[in-house]
Structures are given as structure tokens and as C-alpha cells.
Design a protein around this ligand. Structure first.
Ligand code: PEP
Length: 252
């Protein structure tokens, strides 16, 4: 089974609307064909409307960095899946470790957001991953299995195959310390096995699993060469057009 790679930049709380627009203008005609790779930028909510319009007709896809699970209501400061669908946003990052750690995101809210995303034609990029203590304590399997199992709860098998899972060991995010490609692949293979146990081998073979954690243009090639790594979720190295394009070049 060959899976199309997916490389996504996660800008976090960076770039004004003008800066985001300039980035997309700089890269949109240079990203590889969408037949070869899904090239995605996840931008702050404020920029999404502009970026969807900027990227229209190109092979670049636009993602939100978060989404609420309700369609509307008294949730001050939140953005709903209806609003993102209305803009034409295609992906939503869900359960990033920064949101789990700083904004009280739980496995339960992650699951609700996955279900709400599918209800509004957004492809969820679900982040999972262990802390350094959990890794050193030999607990990464149980942590990752639990996060994946809870995230997929209630997702029918035809939609499950479309979930993108981002394996992001927390100790590797923004630290400059990347997991080795072998270690990252071991966890990604374990995530795939978990999906096979939840569904079946066919669904597991279709699910795309990214690695995230200090990925750079110089390191992405080794990661993508691994059997169970289908792409990358990249923070710091996705902020400059040249660096983002260099990450995509690794797929060609
Ligand atoms: C991320 O933001 O998901 C991430 C992996 O960041 P960085 O690439 O900077 O470690």
C-alpha cells in the first residue's frame, strides 16, 4: 500500500495576516503537485480566510491549528468547524501537545473535535506523543495507544482511514532534539498496529502517520525513508518559505 506523503507546517502563534499572505504568495506556485504530496500550512485563525483565497487553484492546502467541537454557542474566543468549513479550510490540527499542556485539551475533547471535523469536511491531524518521563519510564506504548484509541472512538472505518496521526514526542518539539528515524518509525508502526486492532489491516494501511519534533530539511529525508512514516508536522522549520519548500523537496 503506498500512502501519499503529507508535509504540514504548524506556524503556532506566529505571523500577522500580511506575513502569512506573503509566505503563501512566495510558495504556492512552487509546492510539488498534489498528486505527489499533500503540502499543508496550518496558520492562526485570523489568517485563514486570506490564505484560503491566496492558495486557491494551487497545490497548497490550508489548515487550522485547532477547532472547537460545537457548531456555535457560548464558547468565547473559540472557532467552530462550521466556520472553518465555510472558509474552505481543509485540515485541522487537533490535540497538539501545546494545547493539551496549556489549554486543558484532553483525550475526550480531542475525540469530540475529530468527530466534529469529519461532520464538516475537515481532515483531522491528530497529535499524540509521550513526555520524556513517560519515554524513560518505558511507558510510551501505553500512552500512545491510549491517546490513539480515545481519539478514534466512534469514528466509522471509512472515515478512520482519512485521519492523519502526527506522532510528536513532547520532548522533541521545539527543542532541537529529534527522535532518531528508527525510534520514530518504531512508534509510528505501533500506532499503525493500534489502528489495525481498532479497525482492520486495510484501514491501518491507509492511515497516514507523520512524525513531528524538530524536523529540518536536513533530517526529513531519513524520516520519510522509514516504512511507517508518511510525512512530517513541522513547527520552526516551516516558518520561512525556503525552508518549507526544502522540506517538500525531500518528497520529490
Ligand atoms: C510542532 O509544532 O508540531 C513541532 C513539531 O514543532 P518543531 O518542528 O519546531 O519541533
Amino acid at each position: 500500500m503506498s500512502r501519499k506523503p503529507i508535509i504540514a507546517g504548524n506556524w503556532k502563534m506566529n505571523k500577522t495576516v500580511k506575513e502569512a499572505h506573503e509566505f503563501v504568495e512566495a510558495v504556492k506556485d512552487k509546492v510539488p503537485s498534489a498528486d505527489l504530496v499533500d503540502s499543508v500550512v496550518a496558520a492562526p485563525f485570523l489568517a485563514l480566510d486570506r490564505l484560503v483565497a491566496d492558495a486557491k487553484g494551487s497545490d497548497l492546502k490550508i489548515s487550522a491549528e485547532n477547532v472547537h467541537f460545537e457548531n456555535s454557542g457560548a464558547f468565547t474566543g473559540e472557532v467552530s468547524p462550521v466556520m472553518l468549513e465555510d472558509l474552505g479550510v481543509q485540515y485541522a490540527i487537533i490535540g497538539h501537545s501545546e494545547r493539551r499542556a496549556m489549554f486543558a485539551e484532553t483525550d475526550e475533547t480531542v475525540n469530540k473535535k475529530v468527530l466534529a471535523s469529519f461532520a464538516h469536511h475537515l481532515i483531522p491531524i491528530v497529535c499524540v506523543g509521550e513526555t520524556l518521563d513517560e519515554r524513560e519510564g518505558g511507558k510510551w506504548q501505553s500512552v500512545v495507544k491510549n491517546q490513539v484509541t480515545k481519539a478514534f472512538a466512534g469514528v466509522p472505518s471509512d472515515q478512520a482511514a482519512d485521519v492523519v496521526v502526527a506522532y510528536e514526542p513532547i520532548w522533541a518539539i521545539g527543542t532541537g532534539k529529534s527522535a532518531s528515524s528508527d525510534d520514530a518509525n518504531e512508534v509510528c508502526a505501533y500506532i499503525r498496529k493500534t489502528v489495525a486492532d481498532l479497525y482492520d489491516e486495510t484501514v491501518a494501511a491507509k492511515v497516514r502517520i507523520q512524525y513531528g519534533g524538530s524536523v529540518k530539511p536536513a533530517t526529513i529525508g531519513d524520516l520519510l525513508a522509514q516504512s511507517d512514516i508518511d510525512g512530517a508536522l513541522v513547527g520552526g522549520a516551516s516558518l520561512q518559505p525556503e525552508s518549507f519548500l526544502a522540506l517538500l523537496d525531500a518528497v520529490k
